[in-house]
Design a protein around this ligand. Structure first.
Ligand code: ACO
Length: 391
């Protein structure tokens, strides 16, 4: 018999356990503020609903990394530096080719490809920058979209397209997927998405990144770790399943019966509930408005938008009924799904596109952690046996 399982449990007095660390503040930050009761998100000083419809992704990356809005000439230099770094090293393209041959999920291919950047020599990986940001950060931000787009093309049996140095990150990403310049309304919708989700307090993937650099490990390791954390369906993996759910429901008449069945079988409704927000996630509103603008032209998409609104209302009503007092409300992922679908992106790219955006936030948090952070090392309360014998 195993002596470990037969002996008595620990007798030490029990500390208070915070299993998901909710309500625990481990650092101060200037990057973003999440108010879960008021439903507010502030990104580096700007309310999300103010900044997301107007700013470009590069402007907000600059804001997060350097603490202020860029002047016009600074933004030009920032964009030029990113453009100069966007081509993928051959070793990364080779790896993506192998990943496509094995039909790896795009998120796994992205994680491998980001790690493979370490195989490029230093001049290729991170030529120095004069912008006050390290070269690796810029290379990661510039290359993540090219990895995601290039992998999408390889999966379709096409070669990755050469990056367009005349386009910004959002437009360049869409051009790299389609091989042609995207319509301005698709670019604006994608900019709005990337800005909306670029940072969000001490979320799981950002925390993972901060834990990694807090050990004085390197930025590339932190981004790879963060990608692993983002992928899970309780975090960044939800929008694909959220859209699948809307398609499965198919019509307003079927919504209640279908959602009731899911809840009765113990399924979680993807795109609802949040660890911090107990009211509607403010990002859901920003993305819903962007989707509404994008869909205004097309009848099919308008129908999908109306269906999504109906599914949202029904889901909230049923969640209140089935999980009273939990305040499960719409989170960012529900309208992410609708907006990215409207932009024309396939479902399996939703989480990688989220990762492209959050790379800006992860790097900003790593910089903050490296500047003043302390090794992150919480405690666990041992409840196992203590008197085992190894005879
Ligand atoms: N559908 C049905 N029930 C839910 C849902 C949901 N979407 N979310 C939570 N619940 C239930 C739980 O089962 C639990 O019920 P119980 O108390 O009867 O056991 C109760 O509500 C509380 O749930 P917790 O797990 O304690 O909530 P937590 O704060 O840990 O979870 C989370 C937050 C993971 C986002 C959860 O709401 C969820 O799984 N949502 C669906 C997945 C999703 O949309 N993820 C994206 C989140 S946004 C982001 O990360 C970018």
């Amino acid at each position: 018999m195993d002596p470990i399982t037969t002996t008595s449990q620990a007798s030490a007095s029990s500390p208070t356990i915070h299993p998901g660390l909710e309500g625990i503040y481990f650092t101060e930050t200037r990057l973003s503020h999440v108010d879960g009761q008021a439903g507010q998100l502030v990104i580096a000083g700007y309310p999300v609903e103010e900044i997301a419809p107007k700013a470009t992704f590069e402007e907000v990356a600059y804001l997060l990394w350097l603490g202020r809005r860029p002047q016009a000439d600074e933004l030009r230099a920032f964009r030029a530096d990113l453009a100069a770094r966007s081509a993928l090293p051959e070793v990364t393209v080779d790896l993506l080719r192998q990943a496509a041959a094995r039909e790896l999920a795009p998120m796994d291919a992205l994680r491998l490809a980001i790690d493979s950047l370490a195989l490029a020599d230093d001049t290729e990986l991170a030529p120095p920058s004069t912008l006050g940001v390290d070269g690796l950060s810029l290379s990661l931000l510039a290359r993540a979209p090219q990895i995601v787009a290039g992998y999408q093309r390889l999966q379709r049996g096409e070669e990755p397209a050469a990056p367009r140095s005349d386009l910004g990150l959002a437009a360049g990403f869409l051009a790299a997927i389609d091989g042609r310049e995207p319509a301005p309304e698709r670019v604006r919708a994608l900019e709005t998405y990337l800005v909306t989700v670029c940072d969000h307090g001490a979320n799981a993937s950002t925390f993972a990144a901060r834990v990694i650099v807090a050990t004085r490990s390197d930025l590339l390791s932190a981004v790879v770790g963060a990608l692993g954390a983002l992928k899970g369906p309780l975090h960044g993996g939800a929008p694909g399943p959220a859209l699948d759910m809307v398609f499965e429901i198919g019509s307003e008449e079927r919504a209640e019966e279908c959602l009731r069945r899911k809840l009765a079988s113990g399924e979680r409704l993807m795109g609802f509930g949040h660890r911090v927000y107990k009211v509607r996630d403010p990002r859901a509103e920003v993305l819903a408005l962007a989707a509404e603008r994008l869909f205004a032209g097309g009848t099919a998409d308008r129908h999908l938008y109306q269906l999504a609104r109906h599914v949202e209302d029904t889901a909230i009503r049923l969640l209140d009924e089935v999980k009273p007092g939990r305040n499960l409300r719409t989170n960012v992922e529900f309208y992410t799904a609708l907006l990215l679908h409207g932009i024309g992106l396939p479902t399996d790219l939703f989480t990688p596109v989220f990762a492209m955006a959050r790379t800006a936030g992860w790097i900003a948090h790593c910089r903050e952690q490296q500047a003043k952070g302390r090794l992150i090392r919480p405690s666990s309360h041992y409840v196992g046996a203590r008197d085992g014998r190894w005879d």
